[in-house]
Design a protein around this ligand. Structure first.
Ligand code: PEP
Ligand code: MN
Length: 294
């Protein structure tokens, strides 16, 4: 199978065909894709002209924490609230998330800000309980290969953010997306979140080239998560700017009202100050690049 790389030229953003005329396969050989897919997470379009920022804590910890986080990320221009209720932690002895109670707390916090929200689904068993509360499902890096979960998400009518497995090739990532799409759900956003390399100075290695390549080889929007990629808040604003400069569709970042007390991924959370600075920088860059950010 080959991934023809002519799709971006053949699919100008200004010439979008109706959904009925689109190919839905990101990976099929043969005739060019007619148009880039635009994914709608409620009223937020991903894959259009604008650059979309998804921000929030690693995990939903309590009602006040997620409310404060939602208010903070919204105040500085994030479009979509993120936060994990079902956490895929490396160790079973660490905080595993609040489960469906957390999803409900996040729904309230997002509604209070008038924002859509996204949260990770770990198992197909949880889809039914979650689907009425979430605006989009996230599939985590550790689940990219979980084909039964992907197939089940293909049967839902909610968009899916598909993170790249940290040891997955681009081709494997795109074929994972195809598992969702062939089920009938073409509302898929790809998210590069770092891959494992020999380097251990950062948590993972951000494959920015791979993200750009994935966007050239498919009609799907591609965003970047520099939080998990680097594990280092000091590096995140620079990689967020690089993501926008590379012409990608958006960003997912972890932000905590007080990272010193965060129950998961405390070391990589952006503080309110760093988050504000990052957003100010992105607004400047967006105006230079002609990318709407608000
Ligand atoms: C997350 O975004 O909460 C997360 C667990 O990320 P990843 O699946 O990329 O490790
Ligand atoms: Mn995290």
């Amino acid at each position: 199978m080959s991934f023809a790389n002519t799709h971006t030229e053949k699919a100008p953003r200004s010439n979008i065909s109706p959904a009925s005329e689109r190919r839905t396969s990101p990976t099929t050989e043969g005739p060019e894709i007619l148009a880039r897919t635009r994914v709608h997470i409620r009223d937020i379009e991903v894959g259009g002209k604008g650059f979309v920022v998804i921000a929030g804590p690693c995990a939903i910890e309590s009602a006040p924490q997620i409310r404060e986080a939602a208010s903070l990320v919204s105040a500085h221009g994030a479009h979509i609230l993120r936060g994990g209720a079902f956490k895929a932690r490396t160790s079973p002895y660490t905080f595993q998330g609040l489960g469906l109670d957390g999803v409900r707390l996040m729904r309230d916090a997002a509604d209070a800000q008038g924002m859509p929200m996204i949260t990770e689904v770990l198992s197909e068993r949880d889809i039914e309980g979650m689907v009425e509360f979430v605006d989009a499902f996230q599939v985590g890096s550790r689940n990219m290969d979980n084909t039964s979960l992907l197939k089940e998400l293909g049967q839902t009518n909610k968009p899916v953010l598909l993170k790249r497995g940290f040891a997955a090739t681009i081709k494997e990532w795109l074929l994972a997306a195809e598992y969702i799409i062939v089920g009938g759900n073409n509302q898929v956003v790809l998210c590069e979140r770092g891959i494992r390399t020999f380097s251990n100075e950062t948590r993972f290695t951000l494959d920015l080239a791979g993200a750009v390549l994935a966007r050239q080889q498919t009609h799907l929007p591609v965003i970047v998560d520099p939080s998990h990629a680097t594990g280092n808040p000091a590096l995140i604003p620079a990689l967020a700017a690089a993501t926008m400069a590379a012409g990608l569709d958006g960003l997912m970042v972890e932000v905590h009202p007080d990272p010193t007390v965060a129950l998961s991924d405390a070391d990589q959370a952006l503080s309110p100050e760093l988050y504000r600075g990052m957003m100010e920088q992105l607004h400047l860059l967006a105006s230079v690049m002609g990318r709407p950010l608000s």
